[in-house]
Each structure stands twice: as structure tokens, then as C-alpha cells.
Write a new protein. Structure first.
Length: 176
């Protein structure tokens, strides 16, 4: 699915092809929550890094979190969180450990996205106490990372042919 995205002020715009475009995985880790998750979580999509096109690169900034894991000395995350230096909008995550992947934040996508049939709530072991985990029957919950990837979830749950969200909504309203 071709996706278009941008920051709030419009200084940075991007496009990318996403093979995992359904915004189903909500991450409650402190990094996602504090850098991109106003509701206590962030939602990342899975896309092909080689298709990423960006305008306004001069406004991009990158944040790499400092990790404090039990039994290990503090170290810098390899994950590079890109954001707009003018308005602060979180845009995408890129990790050179997986150079073929890029993870745009669903909140930065301007293209209508498919509605997920259910959600996976991950990293609940580090969620903030004020966050109420809302969801639907059938949602899965994990204290840490799940035992499946974005790609594996899409293989199991995504419609084999996914109609464009606007076309699907038009068909729904025509039935009323």
C-alpha cells in the first residue's frame, strides 16, 4: 500500500510502500509513549525502507534513546526515531539492524489506513500507571514484545485483497 505522510507543520513530507499498513500494534514502552504516544502508546507500521522518499530533510532530527536494562550498562539504542525539528511531530523509526524495514508512525500518515480487526497491546510491563488499556474482545496483550512480527500478523489477519479504506466506507454508507 502506498502511504503519504507528513509532520504537523508540513515542513517534512514522505512517501513509502507499506506491506504491513494495518495499524494494529499499540506499543506502551516508555520510549514510544514519551516520544510519540499522547494516549500512552504509539502505533508503528511496517514499510519497505528502499521505497522511502522524503522532502524537507533539512528539518529532520533524530533521537536515539538511552537504554537502561537490568544487569547491563546504559547504552544507546540502535533505533533512530525521526521527527520534525520545527514542530516536533514523530514521523518514523529506522533501525540499521533491520535495514530493509522502516516503521512510520500511524499518527504521521495522511493516507486513509485500514481499520484493524483487533489490536495487539505490547510492552504493557512498562506502561504508565495512568494509562487505561482499552480494546476490543479478541485483542492480545503482552508484557513485553509479542511472539510474532508485524509481517507475521499481517500474513495471518490481513484481508487477502484489501479494498481502499475510502472505497470501503463509500460502500458502507451506500448500504444505509
Amino acid at each position: 500500500m502506498h502511504l503519504e505522510g507528513s509532520c504537523h507543520c508540513g515542513s517534512v513530507k514522505f512517501s513509502v510502500t507499506a506491506h504491513q499498513p494495518i495499524p494494529f500494534m499499540r506499543c506502551y514502552c516508555s520510549i514510544c509513549r514519551k516520544t510519540a504516544g499522547g494516549g500512552g502508546y504509539a502505533i508503528n507500521l511496517g514499510a519497505d525502507a528502499s521505497t522511502m522518499r522524503v522532502t524537507g530533510k533539512r528539518h529532520l532530527r533524530v533521537y536515539q534513546a538511552q537504554l537502561h536494562e537490568e544487569g547491563k550498562p546504559p547504552h544507546t539504542s540502535s533505533g533512530r526515531r525521526h521527527f520534525c525539528g520545527r514542530c516536533g511531530s514523530a514521523l518514523w523509526l529506522f533501525d540499521p539492524q533491520w535495514p530493509e524495514l522502516i516503521h512510520p508512525h500511524a499518527s504521521a500518515i495522511d493516507t486513509p489506513l485500514p481499520v484493524p480487526p483487533h489490536s495487539a497491546h505490547i510492552m504493557l510491563g512498562s506502561k504508565a500507571g495512568w494509562v487505561a488499556v482499552e480494546g476490543k474482545r479478541g485483542d492480545t496483550r503482552f508484557d513485553a514484545y509479542p511472539d510474532f512480527s508485524l509481517a507475521e500478523w499481517h500474513e495471518r489477519h490481513a484481508p487477502k485483497t484489501s479494498p481502499k479504506p475510502a472505497a470501503k466506507a463509500a460502500r458502507k454508507s451506500a448500504k444505509r
